[in-house]
Design a protein around this ligand. Structure first.
Ligand code: NAP
Ligand code: ZN
Ligand code: ZN
Length: 350
């Protein structure tokens, strides 16, 4: 067993606080990683506060992990001591079901047992614990290579925010000649802008925050729509080939459906705890599609990281010490993050 310090929530209403626990000793196929940085995803907040109803306490969030390999098991061939590596939302899967065989581990028939946090560790039977910690032990098959040309702190959010947008942009064919909308300019949304633009799509941001318009353009948006302004929305009626919705709270989708072309698709990636209310008629009228998407598989995550290495894409991060995590959550709830908080794990020793 390895002793590990980190931060955890003890209950849905408790602030995150210092917490000491144990990790399994690295086995044959395991990689032990010293965590350097961990991005702060809105899912961490949903999870810490049990907003999705499956949190086991004490809860250690964090699934945008970047670190250096500290030790490897005897059977490890993909990574070596000193490598810069990443871990995202998954640390395992059943590996035998049709989805796993197709490299779509995020849709494993075994459910979400292999999640980095909120799952159950196969090797120990214990609830899995995430990256707000000094180290983590992960099977080598779920450890990603981080391109060395990227700033490691700014690369951390690629492990969740990056892949969550990359996968649907690829699946629904974002590229030249396609008008792609991104709803919500937060952690996921700002990665969506950078990625859709790099894929060659005409990229448009829908935001509720007029103060983010200049940033949206700086990040690569060709256009920005204030979604609360019906006239502005009407100017873009029936014009989008694809829209990805990253909003973390319940909101009405009908106005967005109206901006899709006939048979075009709105993909939901935001995961509000409350149901989304919407009028179905805009869907019926133009045979439009409403879909969902969950992160991406391990192979696709590596492909995304390599794509970001080639195009020099990382997140815009605001670095914080772990002691500031509760304040960061409050700011995230006010849509006041530009555009991803990232924890400098050296602060754990402070
Ligand atoms: P975030 O950084 O907090 O960004 C969310 C953005 O949504 C905000 O910046 C804001 O953008 C907009 N927004 C917030 N509240 C709103 C409201 N009431 N009405 C309209 N717009 C609102 O969060 P994130 O880390 O990007 O995560 C977003 C969601 O995706 C969370 O629910 C998270 O759990 C989920 N998620 C899903 C996956 C997946 O695999 N599907 C993966 C990761 C995260 P503007 O200020 O521009 O309006
Ligand atoms: Zn996430
Ligand atoms: Zn499976």
């Amino acid at each position: 067993m390895l002793v590990c310090t980190g931060y955890a929530a003890e209950s849905p209403s408790a602030p995150l606080a210092p917490y000491s626990f144990t990790r399994r000793a690295p086995g044959q196929q395991d990689v032990e990683i010293e965590i350097l940085y961990c991005g702060v995803c809105h899912s961490d907040l949903h999870f810490a506060r049990n907003e999705w109803g499956f949190t086991a306490y004490p809860a250690v969030p964090g699934h945008e992990i970047v670190g250096r390999v500290k030790s490897v098991g005897a059977g490890v061939s993909k990574h070596k001591v000193g490598d810069l590596v990443g871990v995202g939302c998954m640390v395992d899967s059943c590996r035998t079901c049709p989805s796993c065989q197709e490299g779509l581990e995020q849709y494993c028939d075994g459910g979400l047992a292999g999640q980095t946090y909120g799952g159950v560790e196969k090797q120990t039977g214990e609830p899995s614990k995430g990256g707000y910690a000094e180290r983590i032990v992960v099977d080598e098959s779920f450890v990603l290579r981080i391109p060395e040309n990227l700033n490691p702190a700014a690369a951390a959010p690629l492990l969740c925010a990056g892949i969550t947008l990359y996968s649907p942009l690829r699946h629904w064919g974002a590229g030249p000649g396609r008008k792609v909308g991104i709803i919500g300019l937060g952690g996921l949304g700002h990665m969506g802008v950078k990625l859709a633009r790099a894929m060659g799509a005409h990229t448009v941001v829908f935001t509720t925050s007029p103060g983010k318009v200049a940033d949206a353009r700086r990040l690569g948006a060709d256009d920005v729509i204030i979604s609360k302004d019906p006239e502005h929305m009407a100017q873009h009626a029936e014009s989008f080939d694809l829209i990805i919705d990253t909003v973390s709270a319940s909101h009405d989708l009908a106005p967005y459906f109206g901006t899709l072309k006939r048979e075009a698709t709105l993909v939901q990636v935001g995961a509000p705890d409350k149901p989304l209310p919407f009028n179905v008629f805009p869907l019926l009228m133009k045979r439009r599609n409403f879909a969902g998407s969950l992160i991406g598989g391990i192979k696709e995550t590596q492909e995304m990281l390599d794509f970001c290495g080639q195009h020099n894409i990382t997140a815009d991060v605001e670095m914080i010490p772990i002691q500031a995590i509760n304040e960061a959550y409050e700011r995230m709830l006010k849509s006041d993050v530009k555009y991803r908080f990232c924890i400098d794990m050296a602060s754990l020793k402070a």
